[in-house]
Each structure stands twice: as structure tokens, then as C-alpha cells.
Design a protein around this ligand. Sequence first.
Ligand code: LLP
Length: 435
Amino acid sequence: MWSSHVKTGAELTISSIPATALAKEFGTPAFIMDEADFRERASAWNTALAYAFGSNTGTVYYAAKAFICVEVARWIKDIGIGIDVCTGGELAVALKGGIDPAKIEVHGNNKSLAEIEKAVSVGVGTIVIDSLYEIERVAAAATKHGVVQKVLLRLTPGIEAHTHESIATAHEDVKFGFSIASGAAWSAIAQVRTHASLELRGFHAHIGSQIFENDSFEISAQRLIELLAKYRDEYSTELPELDLGGGYGIAYLPGENSLDPASTMKDLAKVVTAQCAAHKLAIPRISIEPGRAIVGPTMFTLYEVGTVKDVTLENGAIRRYVSVDGGMSDNLRPALYDAQYFAALANRTSSAPKVSSRIVGKHCETGDIVIREIDLENDIVPGDLLATPATGAYGRSMATNYNHVPRPPVVAVKDGKARVILRRETEADLLGLDI
Ligand code: LLP
């Protein structure tokens, strides 16, 4: 839940820097990021993939949508893994961070012509094709640039992943990819093969996000491998790659555990090896795209309490509303997915009794809730700091300017030093858009 260099119990510290010092220097709300933890998690997935798949190891593509900025792109480059981008904006950040285009994989169910043109012209390693229109568009761009573009086809293996409906992506009724069951995937394969400017490398599937059941990943792999076998039977040649997507679950609350990279990859490798053997296929190069599992636990959000208000409910019970200086603009996940978070008093210790509380933001909306129900010390007062762990994935990256609230900064901490890697938005930034 907390990143590895955070200590709680007394005043919260990260890499020995107290929360009060961070709040004083960088203001609140702020995302505080543990750089060493990010590097360790990215390396752990990279090592786990390599260990499990040996000579059949593909690439760990960090899913930029979880969180990206230019400095983090530089870390990715430095760590040596690849990156998955799904818009021109994410591609621009990856390139600015110096990531080798060959290590960039481009996603998106509706890539614009300009995005396709940019991706092909800079020489991205792989484009993951999502529709029949896109086959023609990528083929045309590759022809124009005189290159043969490596592509994967995004497939929906028909899996009801056990996660929130909005973040499950591989059942039949979704906008993503080509369905295997309906035959759409088979038609797309034939269409790609008509283009000399496209090289079909294999298939991709991403079944959803915040998933803990290994069997969901395994069934997906199994269905893609069945299709690889069908392809070999039809075309007398084998496709060399499978990208099995991301979605590995992490801990948000005390008592929860994140998926372990080593055992998750080991289990996946067992299934892939057995399935390939059953179909007499060579094992393809296996890639994955973890986003949340790398960045999620590396950040916490530091808020300052502004007001505390006790409200008497119809049944006579008291609900304590603790308002912080951010809210749904920096963490949309509770409103969108009923996501649950934990918070801890960060600037001091308190042995006061706990009282059932609701942590809310500063937005003009009742649904602006950070934590619906949590027991907090009953002596919390304005000026206290609260820290919410595991906000690294889809926190800052889905932040908005609702109510014209400037988006918070990301402060990276490493070896006892803190620095801003993404600055706080200002009112001038916001007004700069007005004509
Ligand atoms: N690959 C593809 C093709 C994806 O669509 C995604 C996430 C990932 C990889 C990374 O998934 P991860 O490892 O981070 O779970 N905003 C939602 C999550 C949406 C995920 C969309 N795609 C949330 O806050 O839970």
C-alpha cells in the first residue's frame, strides 16, 4: 500500500523527509513519488518476465496512461524497458524523455491520422491495430514512408474479468479490438496480410485492470495461443509474438496484497508453455504492459485538512466530514469506480479515539468523496495533514481542472532529497487558455 521508503507510525516520512517539510516546501495537495520504488517495481516486472520466459522474453511495456511525465520517461529509458502509449500526447512525452522509438508500442481504438503518421514517421517498434479502418490507415502511412510497419492485432478473447465494469476490456461487448469468437479477428488477419507494408507479428489482448485472478490472464493466453495454432494451420507459418497486456492488481487498503511479479509470471509461463506444447507451436516472445502495478504504490497524495464538520444523520448518528484541499479533481477513481482508499494522519501522532469519518474534497459536488468511510482520530483539526497511499496510477493522469482547481504537482523523492518533476498548475496556466 505505502511505497517502500515511507515510514508511518510517528510523523509520516518518505526517505527520511517528514511530511510537514514536504507540505511546507511544495504545498498541498501534492503527489509525493518514491523514485527508487518506481525503479524497483519496473525492474521487478522486467526480471520476472525474463526469468519466467527465458529466451522467449519479449518486452515489458510500461503503460503510460497510469502516469507519465518527461522525467518518468527518462527513468523508463534508463531502466531499459519499453513503453505503451495510447495517444499522440503520450507518444510526445515518451519521445521527449528520450525513449528509443523501437521500444514504443502504440495503442488506441481511434488513433487519428496524425497520430498514425507521427508513430510511423518516428519509427515506433509496434502499432497495435484496433479496427479494420486502421489496417488501411497504418498500411497507407507505412507505404508513404517506405517502411514495413510491425503490427499486432488487438483481440478480445471473451473474458469476463473480475473487476469494475468500466475497467474490464476483453468481454464481447466492448469498443476494443477484434473478437475471436465472432470471427472478426480472423477477417482482420486476412486483411493485414494483403498489405506488403505491414508485418503481422502476432496478437495482443488486455483483459482489464486491477485484476487478481491469475486464471483470467491464463485463459486469455490460452485463447490467443489457440488462434496462433489456427494461423499456423492456415498459413503454414508461425507468428512470433504475443502481448498479454497489463491489469495486475495492487493493494489499496490495509491487509490487501499486490500481485507478486515473480509468481504471476511463473504461473503465466506454465500455461503458455503447456498450451504451446499442446498445439506443437514454438513459444512466442511474450510481452506484458503493467501500468498500475509499477506506478500505483509509488505515490501518496498529501492533503491539508481545511474544515471538520459533524453532521447528524436521520438515525441520530453523527457523521464527521473532514474536508481536504483537493478531491475529485486529483482523484477521480472513487467517483468513477467506487474505488476505496486509506488515509493516515501524516504530520503528528495521535492517540485520540477514532471516529467514523468521511474524507471529502473542496469541489461543489456531493460525490466529491476521497474516502466514504474511515475511522480517523477524533482530534483532527484544520491544518493537519492526511496522506492517501497508492495514488500513483490513474490519479494525476486522470486529474481534471474541475472548478478551476489547478492540478497538483508530482514531487519525486530519492535518497533523502525531494524535487518537483511535474510542477503545480497555476491560475495563469488555466487563464492562458482563454481567448
Ligand atoms: N495495456 C492496455 C492496452 C490498457 O488498456 C491498459 C489499461 C494497460 C495496459 C494498463 O493496465 P494496468 O496495468 O494499469 O491495470 N482508469 C482506470 C484504469 C483504466 C485502464 C485502461 N487500460 C482506473 O483508474 O482503474
